[in-house]
Design a binder for this molecule. Structure first.
Ligand SMILES: C[S@@+](CC[C@H](N)C(=O)[O-])C[C@H]1O[C@@H](n2cnc3c(N)ncnc32)[C@H](O)[C@@H]1O
Length: 237
């Protein structure tokens, strides 16, 4: 009887969640903890960008970790359509569908409020990336001297990751941590999804180096940015 109960689907699901959250595994939460501590130890100031926020699970956790590691001042930028995924050109893996992960901006703000955010701590940038991540937005943020210290990319699709990577170029600094939540999706194959978008971005931008940092959760991978002449110590004398 007890054995049957322990092997039942609800119990196995609870155990799976506990295991995922345990310190035994490098989860997305663990990744954010490492990223904020890395930024703190290295004295890298800047803001938190998240592309693909859905109902705010990782976004709220980022704030928690910033507070835990006494990291700041930091503003939290949420970039999302707030209508879910755009229309999807399905490849042979057929993982996604348009509208998946929809959460309105009003509901998202309520979630942030419940999780302790005050309105001046965050900014929502609403819209599909091919339109919202435009020159006007880049210019406005640059005027405000915004730089990113941690960038969390969780927008699932190759087509969504391409404009995100082009947009963040202006906000990178040496030491910015980039986390890709779905890097090893598509069976880990490099010709798909975030992995493909990143390889193409690197081919277009040889002045930006991305040094592997930590794999996390089943599909995630993180990198540390290095820019131009800062990458190597200058030899003097
Ligand atoms: C898997 S969910 C994000 C999960 C979230 N990080 C969490 O902690 O639960 C993917 C999100 O990416 C957003 N998204 C994907 N492609 C997008 C695009 N092209 N433009 C705007 N938002 C997009 C979706 O609206 C969705 O909220």
């Amino acid at each position: 009887m007890l054995k049957r109960l322990l092997n039942s689907d609800p119990i196995l699901r609870i155990l799976e969640v506990i295991d995922r959250r345990s310190e035994n595994r490098m989860t997305e939460f663990g990744m954010l903890a490492q990223a904020f501590e890395f930024a703190k130890i290295n004295g890298i100031s800047g803001d938190y960008f998240e592309f693909g926020v859905w109902r705010g699970k990782t976004f709220c956790y980022a704030r928690k970790m910033a507070r835990r590691y006494r990291y700041g001042p930091v503003k939290f930028f949420a970039f999302d359509s707030f209508e879910g995924l755009p229309s999807v050109v399905n490849d042979r893996f057929e993982i996604w569908r348009a509208g998946q992960f929809a959460c309105s901006s009003e509901e998202f703000r309520r979630i942030l409020h419940r999780n302790g955010f005050s309105p001046n701590e965050y900014e929502l940038i609403s819209g599909f990336y091919d339109r919202s991540l435009n020159e006007e937005l880049a210019a406005r943020l640059q005027t405000q001297n915004v730089k990113a210290s941690i960038i969390y990319i969780d927008c699932d699709l190759y087509e969504s990751t391409v404009p995100v990577l082009d947009f963040i170029l202006d906000f990178l600094q040496s030491g910015t941590i980039l986390c890709f939540d779905d890097f090893y999706n598509y069976r880990g194959l490099p010709g798909y999804g975030e992995q493909r978008a990143l390889a193409e971005f690197q081919a277009r931008n040889s002045h930006v180096r991305l040094f592997p940092y930590m794999p996390y959760s089943p599909l995630g991978m993180s990198f540390i940015a290095g820019l131009g002449s800062e990458i190597n110590a200058e030899m003097v004398g």
